[in-house]
Design a protein around this ligand. Structure first.
Ligand code: ADP
Ligand code: MG
Length: 744
């Protein structure tokens, strides 16, 4: 990409544009938005200072391309001087009449710049502190956007300013001829008591998400400087495709997004972004499969058949059967499986994963399962052992705390192929770990691993091969989110919970009576031999946060409401050995109630627990609450989840009315938008600047269809009509690679 590498210093100071004709659009979009040299201040010189530049970079608008896709959040009217009300924040479009600096008496202060400005409806005297260069930058006649607050007649405190090329509003009869000659007499026109603010008159102007150090009008001013240049911008979409999908041209869309119909323009830009993202995913998947083929696992199925028929004490659910079958079909090919198995806790993912692992074993290869923490690895290890039952397949656990001697033996067995199954943390992708023939890798909670860790796992397969990889996640997300975050993976979902599960009844509780009833319920359940969780948001009482703490609740309950019961405490600040002991007592049933923080969210599997009481539930997100709820109802006994918090909280109401994690994830997306959904922040969503969910779900699905079609007919985008798309996809991929190069 020669355009990207163009040396910024070759460009004239004060301009973001490369020199020469015709306009090199790629170079333009990657050109930095830079600080001009102080000697070259002029109306077309970009952001005003180091601080603004830094602020711009922080919100991703350090290149021209970034700036153009930093879209306004709304538009507002430009106010008029005559309409300004005291203490109201306004944006004004004015023309400088006079400007001068005068010394300030305080030592160390730069001269004060005072200007007399007008917009035809009145005049205003404004002061700029600490910016003496403005005298040259804004000579009389310069049009300015000013935003700030009126502090009473004649006093206006400027918060932001930028040059503008907008036409001034037509002078109105009321204001004509009121401009005083003497600058010192300058004052806002007194519009009289109760005069209506002049809302309707001003031009409509975009408001941008701004940040400390750079303001909306500075951004707007910069965008406007660029608009002429952009008429030459290349539209990455071929004309036919645009026509078929009735999309406006990109230049028109950019123009509209900033300066016209924001939403229509934004949607076209969003479509581009989504399409490029999907093309990039499809391309990545195709290339991955080509560079390192997998071992096809297509041998006979004796072991897996016997395992399903004899070792498993239950029948697979329909979803499990479907997942197992699609996996087996994928494993039989030499394209490495890249699949995401989504299903909430208890939906039976491990069973599906083990099936794939056993496919490797019965065809003479090995399989590994990698989990993000030791606790999870340990838990998976036990689950696998349990699920294997009488089927005698050796399985071992390898984590950071595996003793040296044991580790040595284990590694030798792994290298010889004698050990077919290995469970572990990322300890199993360290260099000394050598498999004889790793064919299937299962990665649990894959979003918690970095790209590099995953590629190290890939290299554990022998001679230039890649393992088939099955990712598992217990955080169900809507299909649209999955496309955005994991568009390079096939997604298989387990929606059904295994039969025999009793539904969990969920109640939002607020009153004292409900609280009393909740403890009564816990006592009843314990009376029946069951157990309960009480979850608090805090470990210890805090003066800053008004919420219940595990330490205080443990004290309170064990000496009060639940003093007849065996109440234990568990939180993340306890020593590991202590935690372990508590968990073991609870698992063994020698404790009745566990008062805990969210440490129990993962890693605790006590099917005998039937009550989950959550304090200050409003402090938790939907998916977290749902995960916590999933800690009960695992043993075939009717269970309850009691959420203490305001009844009006939409999230809590959603929990009470949905038990399906996929349905809840849709609600979560509606309530919070994509940026906040648990576990997806790291997965590339943040790279979308103009697209957003759920608003653009329809666009995304369309973009995926278009991407798949393009990928079918021209996977490497070699057709000359796809050159714009190809360039754009490559630029996007290069950006992604640069981000991923940062160690996770
Ligand atoms: P996940 O990994 O999705 O949390 P697991 O595979 O660990 O779920 O299964 C959770 C529990 O449900 C395990 O105790 C497992 O034995 C059991 N289980 C899995 N599949 C079924 C099924 N089809 N019928 C009954 N029980 C099942
Ligand atoms: Mg599991």
């Amino acid at each position: 990409m020669p355009a990207d590498e163009a040396e910024p210093s070759e460009r004239p100071a004060g301009s973001a544009f490369p020199t020469g004709d015709p306009l090199d659009v790629a170079a333009l979009l990657h050109a930095p938005v830079r600080r001009p040299r102080p000697s070259r201040w002029d109306a077309a010189s970009g952001f005003g200072g180091k601080k603004a530049l830094k602020a711009a970079a922080a919100i991703g608008i350090d290149t021209v391309g970034g700036l153009l896709t930093h879209l306004p959040v709304e538009s507002g009217r430009v106010g008029t001087i005559a309409g300004v009300r005291e203490d109201e924040r306004v944006t004004l479009l004015v023309q400088v009449q006079r400007i001068a600096s005068r010394p300030v008496r305080r030592r160390g202060m730069r001269p004060l710049v005072e200007a007399l400005v007008t917009d035809g409806t009145g005049v205003l005297r404004v002061a700029f502190f600490n910016q003496p260069w403005l005298v040259e930058r804004y000579p009389p006649g310069t049009k300015l956007l000013l935003s700030g607050t009126s502090k009473g007649p004649g006093r206006f405190s400027v918060a932001a300013h930028a040059p503008s090329s907008d036409p001034l509003p037509e002078p109105t009869p009321l204001s004509a001829g009121v401009l005083p000659d003497d600058p010192d007499g300058g004052t806002t026109v007194d519009t009289g008591e109760g005069a209506p603010a002049d809302e309707g008159d001003g031009a409509v102007m975009a408001r941008y998400p701004a940040t400390d150090g750079i303001t909306s009008i500075e951004i707007l001013a910069r965008v406007r400087e660029l608009q002429d240049e952009l008429h030459e911008a290349v539209d990455p979409l071929p004309g036919r495709l645009r026509a078929r999908h009735r999309l406006p041209g990109r230049v028109d869309a950019l123009h509209a997004a900033h300066l016209g119909d924001h939403e229509a323009g934004r949607r076209r830009l969003a479509f581009d972004e989504l399409l490029l993202g999907q093309l990039e995913y499809l391309r990545r998947r195709r290339r991955h499969g080509r560079s390192r083929p997998a071992v096809p696992l297509d041998g006979p199925t004796g072991l897996t058949d016997r395992w399903v028929a004899e070792a498993l004490p239950f029948a697979l659910t329909d979803d499990q059967v479907k997942a197992v079958d699609t996996n087996a079909a994928g494993l039989a090919g030499d394209t490495p499986l890249q699949r995401l198995l989504m299903g909430e806790v208890g939906s039976g993912k491990t069973v599906v994963a083990l099936h794939a692992m056993l496919r490797a074993v019965e065809t003479g290869h090995q399989a590994a399962l990698m989990a993000p923490t030791e606790t999870l690895a340990d838990q998976h290890f036990r689950t696998l052992q349990k699920l294997l039952g009488d089927v005698l397949v050796p399985v071992e656990l390898l984590t950071g705390s595996t003793p040296q001697a044991r580790r040595k033996v284990l590694l030798a067995r792994l290298a010889s192929g004698e050990l077919p199954l290995l469970v572990g943390t990322h300890a199993l992708i360290e260099d000394p770990v050598v498999f004889r023939s790793l064919a299937v890798a299962v990665v649990d909670e894959q979003h918690r691993f970095g790209v590099q860790q995953r590629s190290r796992l890939d290299r554990k397969a022998p001679d230039g091969r890649a393992p088939h990889v099955l990712h598992m996640t217990a955080t169900p997300i809507p299909r649209t989110m999955a496309l955005l975050a994991y568009g390079d993976l096939d997604v298989v979902a387990l929606r059904q919970l295994p039969a025999g599960r009793k539904p969990i009844s969920t109640h939002v509780c607020a009153s004292d009576r409900e609280r009393a009833r909740a403890y009564e319920r816990i006592r009843e359940e314990v009376g029946k031999g069951r157990q309960a969780f009480v979850v608090c948001p805090l470990v210890d009482t805090s003066e800053a946060v008004d919420a219940r703490s595990a330490v205080a609740e443990h004290e309170r309950l064990s000496t009060g409401e639940l003093k007849e019961l065996r109440v234990e405490l568990l939180h993340g600040q306890m020593r590991p050995a202590e935690k372990q002991a508590v968990m073991e007592r609870f698992a063994a049933g020698t404790a009745d109630v566990l008062v805990a923080t969210t440490v129990i969210e993962v890693g605790i599997d006590v099917p005998n627990a039937t009550v989950m009481l959550i304090e200050n539930a409003e402090r938790f997100g939907i998916s977290q609450l749902h995960q916590l709820r999933g800690r009960v109802g695992r043993g075939g006994n009717a269970s309850a989840c009691l959420l203490f918090g305001p009844k009006s909280t939409a999230r809590l109401r959603a929990l009470a009315s949905h038990t399906d994690g996929f349905a809840l994830s849709e609600v979560d997306l509606q309530l919070r938008g994509e940026g906040e959904l648990l576990g997806t922040r790291q997965s590339g969503i943040a790279r979308y600047r103009t697209a957003r969910l759920p608003d653009d779900a329809d666009l995304l699905l369309r973009a995926r269809d278009v991407a798949e079609e393009l990928h079918r007919v021209d996977p490497e985008l070699e057709d000359p009509i796809h050159v714009g798309l190809k360039d754009a996809v490559e630029a996007r991929a290069a950006e992604a690679d640069a981000e991923e190069a940062i160690p996770a």
